[in-house]
Design a protein around this ligand. Structure first.
Ligand SMILES: Nc1nc2c(ncn2[C@@H]2O[C@H](COP(=O)(O)OP(=O)(O)OP(=O)(O)O)[C@@H](O)[C@H]2O)c(=O)[nH]1
Length: 518
């Protein structure tokens, strides 16, 4: 009994121990499971972090995750773990190479950006610092990414700057000046009939509130029209040269022909002359050798008829020669006549063109080119004779208001009427040209300092008295005039500038007046 009791308590003890051991084992299992879970979680995050960088690594990590989900497979997972570790090492090396490549390519991009001349100075400075920073190697992508971000921001800043420049350019006084100059140039150039509508449209655009884009378009249109005219002029000259060449070829052919004919006739005549001479010699010999008068007579008669025949042939040759010569002369004359006509037409065209080039097409007054020629001429006269010479610049007052209130074509007519009035108020030895726009230049020789003011005031009054009527409104148009006399040792352009400055003063001192620079 005692024994059985002892056995029972031993069994109980063992049971208890077993229970405890089980509990401890469970605890161990749980702990291991927990660790396994942590490991699984870690591998899960590692897979996510590495995902997409290396396909083999992705697969291995997926397999590892699967194996580790079961407690029993842990042993099997060990070789996989070693392979993953190797792949990770490879991946690290690969990343380092990639980072180095990226550093080199960033440096290259930076060098390219530095070549952009228009990059703002601030960006250029920052780029320099940035370039120095790029000398150090990158250790991780976290070193690399901020650099790329900075690089993008440089690009952004440069682009921003360029875009700002690309926004509509504001019209500056320089642009208005260019529009004014183009409009002056247009009025000094003669355009072809079919081009005039286009020119008028450009003129209208230039006289309104111009935008930079339309100014560029206007210049482009006028340039195209001018180029077209130049090309036409070139074609006309070429046609003339071709005609000239054709005629010269024809004339040369005629000359060659008649030369060849002459050569042939010359040979023929030489032969005939020889024949005639020998016949004459024969007659002479017959006279010496023959005693019998009858045979002498028959000999001479025979020789004489042979001579006559030769002379007849010679005459025929000469006659044919004459006919050929006349024919050649006739065709040569025709060719030269044609050529003469061509040359006359061409000369007329050139002359017309030259005249047009010197006349302002709107007012028919001499234009700026003609003025320059005349100024040179008057200057040379002045240097020789030292007689007084005045340069005056006249400008219509508030002309823009006429255009704005009554339209551009009324403005054009006003210009024409005033131009005529200016021309008619001067003597033949005096000269007026349209300088451009609503500005005229007068060259007045041989008038003394006392009379010039009176003369110019008369011109001013004449314009003022023109009875303009626009839209049933009586309008008085006035001009302001500035004048200067050429001084000893002065160039005429300098006189012009003094006259222009005087005009400026006249404009600012109430307009409708004459100011002489003294
Ligand atoms: N109709 C017409 N207008 C022209 C021609 N050439 C220039 N103009 C205009 O002439 C005007 C000149 O204006 P501004 O230079 O401001 O001078 P303004 O109005 O005469 O004023 P002030 O000279 O200061 O008295 C501009 O409106 C030009 O468009 C042209 O051939 N025909």
């Amino acid at each position: 009994m005692k024994d059985s009791m002892a056995s029972i308590s031993q069994v109980n003890l063992l049971k208890q121990k077993l229970h405890l051991a089980k509990a401890a084992l469970n605890e161990l299992d749980e702990e291991r499971n927990e660790k396994l879970q942590t490991l699984l979680q870690f591998i899960g995050h590692l897979s996510l972090a590495c995902k997409g960088q290396n396909l083999e690594l992705d697969n291995k990590l997926a397999k590892l995750r699967q194996l580790l989900t079961k407690f029993e497979n842990v042993e099997e997972a060990l070789p996989e773990l070693v392979e993953v570790e190797q792949l990770l090492k490879q991946q690290y090396n690969h990343v380092m190479v990639q980072l180095e490549d990226s550093r080199v390519s960033l440096s290259r991009v930076i060098r390219q950006i530095q070549r952009i001349d228009s990059a703002p100075d601030k960006v250029k400075r920052e780029l320099n610092y940035f370039k120095k920073e790029l000398v150090k190697p990158f250790h991780t992508f976290w070193d690399y990414i901020p650099k790329v971000e900075q690089l993008v921001s440089f690009y952004e800043e440069i682009l921003d700057d360029q875009l700002k420049q690309g926004t509509p350019i504001l019209v500056s006084p320089k642009h208005r000046q260019l529009a004014h100059e183009l409009s002056q140039m247009i009025s000094e150039v003669e355009f072809r009939k079919h081009q005039r509508d286009q020119v008028l449209t450009v003129k209208d655009i230039l006289s309104s509130d111009i935008e930079v884009d339309s100014l560029i378009d206007a210049y482009q249109t006028i340039l195209t029209l001018l180029l077209d005219n130049i090309a036409r002029e070139k074609t006309a000259s070429q046609e003339f040269l071709y005609a000239l060449n054709d005629s010269l070829t024809a004339v040369r052919e005629v000359v060659t022909d008649s030369y060849n004919n002459n050569q042939r006739s010359f040979q023929l005549k030489k032969q005939l002359n020889r024949e005639i001479n020998s016949r004459v010699d024969n007659v002479g010999e017959a006279i010496i050798d023959i005693d019998d008068i009858h045979s002498l007579k028959s000999q001479v008669t025979e020789q004489l008829s042979a001579i006559r025949a030769s002379l007849g042939r010679k005459e025929a040759v000469e006659e044919r020669e004459q006919i050929l010569l006349r024919k050649s002369m006739e065709s040569m004359r025709k060719e030269l006549n044609e050529l003469g006509k061509e040359a006359t037409t061409y000369k007329e065209r050139l002359f017309e063109q030259q005249k047009l080039n010197l006349l302002d097409s709107l007012t028919q007054l001499p234009n700026r080119a003609a003025l320059e020629e005349r100024m040179d001429q008057e200057f040379r006269n002045f240097q020789r004779q030292k007689l007084p010479l005045w340069v005056a610049v006249a400008d219509i007052d508030h002309f823009k208001t006429i255009n704005d209130s009554f339209g551009h074509s009324t403005g054009d007519k006003t210009l024409q009427v005033i131009a005529m009035a200016l021309k008619n108020s001067l003597r033949d030895t005096e000269f007026v040209a349209r300088y451009g726009g609503e500005e005229f230049v007068l060259l007045i020789p041989e008038v003394n300092a006392i009379d010039i003011e009176q003369l110019l005031n008369r011109v001013r009054e004449k314009v003022k008295s023109i009875p303009f009527k626009f839209k049933n409104q009586r309008i008085t148009v006035t001009v302001s005039i500035g004048a200067a006399q050429i001084l000893e040792n002065e160039l005429i352009n300098e006189t012009f500038e003094r006259a222009d400055a005087a005009l400026y003063r006249a404009k600012h001192e109430s307009r409708d007046r004459v100011i002489i620079d003294v």
